[in-house]
Design a protein around this ligand. Structure first.
Ligand code: NAP
Length: 527
């Protein structure tokens, strides 16, 4: 079983009580192991006694690490002091489960110190570790082979800064091919998958920080995130992996929404073995393609789909087309897809759930099905990606669409692409339409007091539907104006949740727990 290990740095012998209180919290929140980082205690007065107290009074089994400054730690003293500290700890009545020493330092230790360390390691397990905080080290294979071939080493541990999310797959391969218990983790935002999915591949442990301030490596998730957001307890060898691909994706709500949906299915007794991660890929088709091929080709990963957002919506179409997959006809017309679905046989399918969410939200508000959209007059603000999905969807179902946009040439081009009409933005208030949709970013926080309409249209009435795709804030200036004229409204959260729900259903073949998904979005926006 992969252990969830919380690293706690102890900066001074006087900090033991605080550290023990932190360890108690970590145990309470579900950690399995504590890594005591005693970099500052070796060779220091009171350091040996403080270390002994941590180990003996700590609530969980522990890894004892006095990390050298050469590999991201704070210890820069005499190796004899470090070995003495570890050796003393190994002779305690309840010694550490593991001692962690850098492989490079182990190899360089003078024979007497190495003998003393090996003696200590005979009572604890020795973790040989190698870290590179800047990139993937050139001699990774040689290091792994050395660690695997050393009888003194019980656990091989490698950590390097991911150059892209492709590096996670190498970490998975290293753990999968292990000859002894192994940990392979990628650092930085790009390395999150290696940390969360360490359990899927059977690594000895993964690290999670007690809170944001107490991480010991870049990209370490918190204990709360790994347990409650990334579904640690539910992960298995067979877990299907999904994610949001874009750049940036750090602030995306999608991981919280989709993982909450998996949790809801489990609570309802219909479990689906899945997890959803942020998957940042830089803006270039070649980066997108190379990453997709690496993730798709590594079958044990069970990568089964992704939400795809800016800047890769057009790249997804091109990629799926090039790979001989299926592309939804309307997504092709829109020129963008937001959903990748990967079959168990590897078949690729690109779809656009944005337009479907917009149409379905409108139909529900009007009390009609999609055939009821024929002949409806729809006014659309904007000529960007979202407006394109709106125009395509309504035009496809026979609605009469008029496009208004700040840059008239873009409105004209969009209208021509779908055989609809464009009109100047200042003509909107005199225009007559049944449905009004804002597909621009106007009204989005921090510009929440702005509105695409300088004045309310003269034909607004209780039958009119006004839809704002902006979801932050939930109640935009446009929706407030529409409500004050008695119109029916649809907010951007409705669209956001519906497009996510359609993705979830496409991947899982289960009805999406839409209320649970909406709750996550509303809590995030209002909490
Ligand atoms: P986009 O491609 O960048 O297009 C932005 C559009 O907004 C363009 O038509 C642009 O007009 C217009 N615009 C920007 N600033 C303006 C201003 N100050 N005055 C008038 N028009 C302005 O963006 P997008 O991907 O289509 O996204 C648009 C909005 O949709 C986002 O901001 C977001 O709030 C919303 N959205 C909602 C969801 C959801 O699920 N609810 C999902 C995605 C996006 P020009 O052509 O003149 O530049």
């Amino acid at each position: 079983m992969t252990r969830l290990c919380v690293p706690l740095s102890v900066p001074h012998p006087d900090a033991v009580d605080t550290a023990l209180a932190d360890a108690a919290r970590a145990a309470e929140f579900g950690a399995d192991l504590i890594e005591w980082r005693v970099d500052a205690l070796a060779g220091v007065e009171g350091g040996t006694e403080a270390t002994a107290r941590l180990i003996e009074q700590g609530p969980l089994p522990c890894v004892l690490t006095c990390r050298h400054a050469d590999e991201g730690g704070a210890f820069d003293g005499d190796e004899a002091d470090r070995v003495a500290l570890l050796h003393h700890a190994s002779k305690l009545a309840r010694p550490p489960a593991y001692l962690d020493v850098e492989w490079a330092k182990l190899e360089a230790l003078p024979a007497p110190l190495r003998a003393k360390l090996d003696d200590a390691a005979a009572r604890c397990g020795l973790i040989a570790s190698a870290h590179d905080f800047t990139t993937r080290p050139a001699h990774l294979d040689r290091t792994i082979a050395g660690m695997a071939g050393s009888d003194a080493v019980r656990v091989a541990k490698l950590a390097w800064r991911a150059r892209s999310i492709r590096d996670n797959v190498e970490a998975f391969e290293i753990v999968s091919r292990r000859l002894k218990p192994t940990v392979a983790l990628c650092m930085g935002e790009d390395g999150l998958a290696s940390r969360v999915l360490a359990k899927k591949f059977g690594a000895l442990l993964t690290f999670a920080s007690l809170d944001d301030a107490r991480g010991t490596a870049p990209g370490q998730p918190t204990l709360d995130e790994i347990k409650n957001l990334y579904r640690w307890d539910a992960l298995t060898l067979d877990t299907k992996v999904f994610g949001v691909i874009g750049h940036p994706v750090g602030h995306s709500m999608s991981p919280a929404i989709h993982n909450a949906a998996f949790d809801r299915l489990a609570l309802d007794g219909e479990p689906f073995d899945g997890v959803y991660l942020p998957l940042p890929i830089p803006d270039a088709y070649e980066a997108f393609k190379a990453t997709m091929l690496t993730w798709l080709d590594f079958e044990p990963l069970h990568f089964r789909g992704a939400s795809v957002t800016i800047p890769h919506k057009a790249n997804l179409l091109r990629f799926v087309r090039e790979q001989g997959g299926r592309v939804e006809a309307l997504a092709e017309q829109i020129g963008a897809a937001n959903t990748l679905t990967v079959g168990d046989d590897g078949a690729l399918h690109a779809t656009n759930t944005d337009y479907a969410a917009i149409l379905d939200a409108t139909c529900d508000r009007l009390g009609v099905d999609r055939s009821g959209l024929r002949g409806l007059k729809v006014a659309v603000f904007g000529a960007g990606g979202v407006a394109r999905a709106i125009v395509a969807g309504f035009a496809h179902h026979g609605a009469g669409v008029t496009v208004f946009n700040r840059t008239p040439e873009r409105a004209q081009a969009l209208a021509e692409a779908f055989g609809v009409t464009a009109a100047p933005l200042d003509a909107a208030p005199a225009h007559a339409a049944d449905v009004w949709i804002n597909g621009t970013s106007v009204g989005m926080s921090p510009g929440a007091d702005t509105c695409v309409l300088a004045e309310p249209p003269t034909n607004w009435n209780a039958e009119t539907v006004v839809f704002d795709t902006v979801y932050n804030p939930m109640r935009t200036a446009l929706l407030a104006l529409a409500e004050s004229h008695g119109c029916r409204t649809i907010d951007g959260v409705d669209m956001f949740v519906r497009q996510a729900a359609a993705q979830f259903t496409g991947w899982t073949r289960r009805p999406a727990p839409i209320d649970a998904m909406r709750r996550v979005v509303v809590n995030r926006l209002t909490g």
